[in-house]
Design a protein around this ligand. Structure first.
Ligand code: ADP
Length: 291
C-alpha cells in the first residue's frame, strides 16, 4: 500500500498537472534490492512507484529523477520517464512511467548495443557530474575532473576502500596494493572522452519493452569511460555475446578492452564487499594480487 504521506504528495502532483486519476490497484513489484516498488494502476494509466523511508537514503530519488532525465535527454535509449519525486518527512518516493515487460525479440541485442553506443557518444568537458547520486544504496560522489584516472581514484576507489577498511573487510595489504595499482592506472586505461554512462548496467537494470525495444532503468549516471558500462555488464553475466559484437561494430572499443574490464569493475566489487561482505573479497584479490 502506498504510504499516506506519499499518496497525498502524488495526488497534489496529479492535481498540479490537471489530472485526477483514481487509483484502481496497487501491486507490489519484485526485483529491486533497495526500495519497495509498486505498479499503480489508475483510471489514467499505469505508473511505477519506488519508495523508502526518507531517512534511509537522502536525496536518492531526487538524484535518480535527475539521472533519468539526463539519460532521456540524450534521445538514445529508452528510460522510464520520471514524473515526480518526493523527499518528505517520513517517506521518499519516485513516480515514473510503468514499462510493460516483454520477452527478448530477435533484434533486441543489436538495438541495445547500438543505442547504448549512441548514449556513450554524449560527451562533456569533464568526467563526473554536477550532482552526486547513488550506486546501489551507497552514496556516489561525482566531483568533476578533467582527468579520468584522478576522477576514478578519488571519486570511486578511495571512498569505497575507506569504507571497506573501516569495516575491517580489507587489510592494510589491500590498501598498499591498491596504491601501487593507482600508479599503474595511467598506463592501463586508454585516453577516452567523457561518455554519458548508465553507471550500474548489470542485468537487473534493463528490460525489453512492449515493442521489444531495450529500456535501461535505475541508473547511477555520470560522465566516465564508456568501458565502465561495458565492464559492468560482465559482473553477473546475462548479456548475449551478440551485445559485445554489435557494440564493437557501432563504436569500436580500444584494443585489449577485455583485459581492462577487471580494473573498472574494482569499483562495483568494492561496493559489493561493503554491502554484502567478504564473499566478494576473492574478486578484489584476483586483481590486486600482482601489485
Ligand atoms: P531498486 O531501486 O530497489 O533496485 P529497481 O529500480 O531496480 O529497484 O526496480 C525493481 C524492479 O522493478 C526492476 O528490476 C524492474 O524489473 C522493475 N522496474 C523498474 N522500473 C520499472 C518501470 N518503470 N516499469 C516497470 N517495471 C520497472
Amino acid at each position: 500500500m502506498i504510504p499516506e504521506e506519499l499518496k497525498q504528495a502524488i495526488q497534489s502532483y496529479w492535481i498540479a498537472q490537471g489530472l485526477s486519476p483514481e487509483i484502481l490497484e496497487e501491486r507490489s513489484v519484485s526485483g529491486g534490492s533497495i526500495n519497495s516498488s509498486l505498479l499503480v494502476k489508475t483510471s489514467d494509466g499505469s505508473f511505477f512507484l519506488k519508495y523508502n523511508s526518507a531517512a534511509k537514503h537522502p536525496q536518492m530519488f531526487a538524484s535518480e529523477y535527475a539521472g533519468l532525465e539526463l539519460l532521456a535527454s540524450s534521445n538514445s535509449i529508452r528510460v522510464p520517464q520520471p514524473l515526480f519525486y518526493h523527499e518528505g518527512q517520513q517517506y521518499s518516493g519516485l513516480l515514473m512511467e510503468f514499462i510493460e515487460e516483454n520477452s527478448f525479440e530477435e533484434n533486441f541485442w543489436r538495438s541495445f548495443a547500438f543505442q547504448l553506443s549512441q548514449l556513450h557518444q554524449n560527451t562533456r568537458e569533464s568526467f563526473g557530474l554536477g550532482f552526486d547520486n547513488y550506486m546501489g544504496s551507497l552514496p556516489q560522489s561525482n566531483t568533476p575532473s578533467s582527468n579520468f584516472v584522478d576522477f576514478f581514484i578519488k571519486n570511486r576507489l578511495l571512498p569505497q576502500l575507506k569504507i571497506a577498511r573501516d569495516k575491517y573487510e580489507i587489510t592494510s595489504l589491500h590498501i598498499k596494493q591498491s596504491e601501487r595499482l593507482f600508479v599503474e592506472l595511467h598506463s592501463i586505461f586508454p585516453e577516452e572522452k567523457p561518455a554519458l554512462l548508465h553507471g550500474d548496467l548489470w542485468n537487473g537494470n534493463f528490460m525489453s519493452d512492449e515493442g521489444g525495444n531495450p529500456v535501461i532503468m535505475d541508473p547511477a549516471a555520470y560522465f566516465g569511460h564508456r568501458e565502465i558500462d561495458v565492464a559492468m555488464t560482465t559482473m553477473f553475466g546475462g548479456f548475449s555475446p551478440l551485445f559485445y559484437q554489435y557494440y564493437h561494430q557501432h563504436h569500436p572499443l580500444e584494443k585489449d578492452w577485455q583485459d581492462r574490464l577487471k580494473y573498472y569493475n574494482l569499483y562495483p566489487v568494492l561496493i559489493h564487499i561493503n554491502l554484502f561482505g567478504a564473499s566478494y573479497l576473492g574478486s578484489l584479490e584476483a586483481v590486486l594480487d600482482r601489485f
